[in-house]
Ligand binder design. Structure first.
Ligand code: ARG
Ligand code: ZN
Length: 869
């Protein structure tokens, strides 16, 4: 069954308030659901419900179960009344819920995940985001096994009952859709703090974890307080309940969930201490805690009319969490990290068979649309408004958005109207970003007239495989450097001025609104170099015929750190590509001297943030390199990539060593900008030095120092990659030390799954048999199978197809347990078109086999069938 945006109809009934009562028991939880309902339009009452055992249905106190028509997706009842109370009792089995959607068990605790359509696995309901209701929840459970009983809102009553049970009643005063419902119960431990809002209210903050993790909550609590403060200061948004709770669980399909007042998190995004968590983990925790907290306004107070509007809350909230991280750490570094993620993960999605606009027009299984496109490209589109309107204009738009829509379920059009109306501008053309899929190509050419000293910048936008494309509104961050690398004062001609917004003397935003459009500048010196798409001002593929010398100049001198990074990455990419071509035709290829020269001078530049230096000198990711090819030659690309790494290691050996020693720091671990940057550069140096056998002892020393997880993992990764003589032993000692820490053992699996060599497949196969591997824990599955299929290109794409076969078998087993995660694992298979014919055939066969499995889930069916179509 396919759902279409065009079929949207408001609900025929509303639910004014709902009272839920849960009698928790692992194999038979009884749910009593009393809804005050009101008719809004003609028609029968149709409630969503799946896998529920129906016990009774009372309509205003009268049993009507016999009149109900039940099918696998819900219940239909003809009701003549306008206003009535419907009381439904059902029974569910949380213990047997391995899909982790609805009410389920994790480490002997109860927890829920309702977004997108999980509430229908708890009780019969109008499970759609535009039905908003006031919830009261009573939880009853065995006291010895469930010390805490939690739900949304404020605790209004609690006490002991007979038979060793107790209860708690929670009331959420804010109307909400059922996807924001949450319930948690179990023997958890909590850490507490408080936050005082700008208007002087004290909010209780509580983080609940399993008792053994109680020492790992400090960073999460700090992150929460920073998030609350930041949202007040930057967006003027204050928290609206007396309590804010976070629960960390080990079994969770996604990162976290913004349930009103009771966020549930994958423990990966809560738990940290320096010995067990890396800088990336610390940053991830801060960002995800921020993200879920920011949803309180962008998602909860103003929610989505239907699931086609998902990017309304996710694109906007990702944009907000990106800005939060940028303000907490370094905006330049954060921007580059995000661009890298987008290009490595979202661009391929946009180019593949699951390509969809940020506002999808149809879906079979909504869970399949929690994608890089809806989230990350969606955030890029929100950033376009920000770039076009500036911070002040954007905030005016946000204010109007909340003024108009607080307490409502709205659409992306409502957001756009608020942005436009608050600023008195027309933003209708932005619509084209929401409904067209694929990454736009932006072709830029230059024409310099030496006599008039006029430079014409001509832009052409297009979409791949689209004839009837509608041009998009694209802001292009722009500047000019003279041939010494000095900034040129920008002087648009009179005709161009209307579409060139000067943000300073040397920086402008070009407003591209047409498929083809030119911008002309006067008084431009000869050989000026354009700096294009500064700040990655639009999510496009930029094409421009830079010479290597020009790239070197931009890398060294441009005022925009994204452009500097991009210029160097382009130089490195070109080098890998040239090597690939040389290897394919068996000819010799030498590393161009300008690559070494720029790399050397960047590494020597003490005035640049070490984090930026590190990112600039990191090789482009294999996935991104593959993206450049019609047909991906995995082995040759890997060979060329390793070659360039070895070249840079050899040619700059002395400098890498100097940098390494300069960055070694014995101070206690701190999560701060300076230390993070230092570790990033140090560990990049280590990864290059690790190529060279003479530095094996240095790498081992860093591993043995066990200073913090960032350094330990960097050393271990390098050891494995270059088959350090002590790597097997190190891996073993790592396991022994951390065997009781799930999140660290995930890293142990990942380390091995990502190591690319001839026995990568055997290693991964052996790990499937390890006693700590389990298909029912999503983090573990992602650490082994997700990493192997996405990052171990050499192993996954083995010429004999054994990598595909192993993954296909695991996916089929997993589909019977957890369809959401199984569907996610299909990702790498969907890109079959990018490989040679033999591999294409094997990948298609695997997809077909998965699709033909008796009992295939909707989730897997949708992705496998669309990929094969
Ligand atoms: N709204 C959550 C977040 O972005 C993600 C929930 C995803 N759930 C799902 N079943 N796909 O923070
Ligand atoms: Zn979100």
């Amino acid at each position: 069954h396919v759902n279409y945006l065009k079929d949207y109809q408001p609900s025929a009934f509303s639910i004014e308030s709902v009272y839920l009562e849960f009698e928790l028991s692992p194999l038979a939880t009884r749910v009593t659901n009393s809804m005050q309902m009101q008719r809004q339009a003609k028609g029968d009452l149709r409630l969503d419900g799946e896998n529920l055992k129906l016990i009774s249905v009372l309509l205003d106190g009268e049993e009507v179960i016999e009149q109900c028509q039940i099918d696998e997706a819900g219940l239909t009842l003809a009701v003549a009344k306008e206003k009535f109370t419907l009381r439904i009792v059902t029974e569910i089995e949380p213990q047997n819920n391995t899909a982790l959607e609805g009410l389920y068990r994790t480490s002997d605790n109860y927890c829920t995940q309702c977004e997108a359509e999980g509430f229908r696995k708890i009780t019969y309901y109008l499970d759609r985001p535009d039905v908003l209701s006031v919830f009261t929840t009573k939880v009853i459970a065995d006291k010895s096994e469930n010390r805490f009983l939690l739900a949304n809102g404020n605790l209004v009553d609690s006490g002991d009952l007979d038979n060793g049970k107790h209860f708690a009643v929670w009331q959420d005063p804010h109307k909400k859709p059922c996807y924001l419902f949450a319930l948690v119960a179990g023997n958890l431990e909590k850490v507490e703090d408080t936050f005082t809002t700008a208007d002087g209210r004290e909010v209780k903050l509580e983080i609940f974890v399993e008792p053994r993790n109680i020492e790992k909550c400090e960073h999460a609590m700090e992150s929460l307080k920073k998030s609350m403060k930041w949202d007040e200061e930057r967006f003027g948004l204050l928290y609206d309940l007396d309590i804010f709770m976070i629960v960390a669980v080990d079994d969770f399909n996604m990162g976290a969930m913004e349930n009103k007042g009771l966020n549930v998190f994958n423990s990966k995004f809560v738990l940290a201490k320096p010995e067990t968590a890396t800088d990336i983990d610390y940053e991830g925790i801060e960002a995800v805690i921020g993200h879920e907290y920011f949803h309180n306004w962008t998602g909860n107070r103003v929610t989505c009319r239907d699931w086609f509007q998902l990017t309304l809350k996710e694109g906007l909230t990702v944009f907000r969490d990106q800005e939060f991280t940028a303000d907490m750490l370094s905006s330049a570094v954060k921007r580059i990290e995000d661009v890298r993620r987008l290009r490595s993960n979202q661009f391929p999605e946009d180019a593949g068979p699951m390509s969809h606009p940020i506002q999808p027009q149809s879906y079979i299984e909504m869970n399949n649309f929690y994608t890089m496109t809806v989230y990350e490209k969606g955030a890029e589109v929100v950033r376009l408004y920000h770039t076009l309107l500036g911070e002040t204009g954007f905030q005016k738009g946000m204010q109007l958005y909340f003024e108009r829509h607080d307490g409502q379920a709205v659409t992306v059009q409502d957001f756009r109207n608020a942005m436009a109306d608050a600023n008195g501008v027309n933003l209708e053309q932005m619509h084209n970003w929401y409904v067209q899929s694929g990454t736009p190509n932006l072709e830029v050419t230059r024409n310099y007239d030496a006599v008039t000293q006029k430079l014409t910048i001509s832009c052409q936008q297009s979409l791949p495989n689209s004839d009837d494309f509608q041009p998009m509104l694209m802001p292009i961050g722009f500047g000019l450097l003279d041939k010494e690398g000095e900034p040129v004062t920008l002087e648009p001609t009179f005709e161009s001025a209307a579409n060139v917004e000067l943000r300073s003397d040397t920086h402008a935003v070009l407003k591209l609104t047409q498929a083809q459009q030119s911008f002309v500048f006067e008084d431009v010196p000869a050989d000026a170099v354009p700096s294009l798409l500064r700040g990655f001002s639009a999510p496009v593929k930029l094409h421009f015929d830079y010479s290597n010398q020009e790239l070197a100049l931009l890398a060294a001198k441009d005022e925009d750190s994204f452009v500097r990074w991009e210029a160097m990455q382009t130089l490195l990419l070109r080098t890998v590509q040239a090597k690939v071509a040389a290897l394919q035709s068996c000819i010799d290829y030498q590393l161009p001297s300008e690559v070494i020269e720029v790399a050397r001078s960047l590494l020597a530049a003490k005035e640049i943030d070490p984090a930026l230096v590190a990112m600039t000198l990191s090789l482009p990711e294999l996935g991104y390199i593959g993206e450049q090819y019609e047909v991906v030659d995995v082995d040759t690309i890997y060979q060329a990539h390793s070659w360039l790494e070895a070249e840079l290691a050899n040619h700059m050996q002395g400098q890498w060593l100097d940098v390494y020693h300069r960055c070694v720091n014995d101070a206690p671990y701190q999560y701060d900008k300076a230390q993070i940057a230092e570790r990033m550069l140090k560990n990049l140096a280590l990864s290059y030095l690790g190529v060279l056998s003479e530095h094996q002892s240095l790498v081992l020393k860093q591993y043995q120092a066990q200073h913090n997880m960032t350094d330990v993992l960097a050393a271990l990764k390098t050891m494995l990659k270059h088959q350090h003589p002590r790597s097997v032993e190190a891996l073993q000692s790592f396991y022994e030390r951390w065997q009781d820490d799930n999140l660290v053992i995930d890293k142990w699996f990942t380390l091995q799954a990502q190591t690319q060599n001839d026995h990568a497949l055997q290693t991964t196969q052996a790990l499937l048999q390890h006693k700590d591997f389990s298909l029912t824990n999503p983090n573990r599955v992602r650490s082994l199978l997700g990493v192997f299929s996405r990052l171990n290109l050499v192993g996954f794409h083995r010429a004999d197809g054994a990598g595909y076969q192993m993954c296909a078998e695991q996916i089929m087993q997993l589909d019977a347990l957890n369809p959401q995660i199984a569907a996610r694992l299909l990702g790498p298979f969907t890109h079959w078109k990018r490989y040679d014919e033999k591999r294409q055939q094997m990948m298609r066969n695997a997809l077909q086999q998965i699709l033909d499995r008796k009992g295939v889930s909707k989730d897997v069916y949708e992705i496998a069938s669309k990929s094969l179509a």
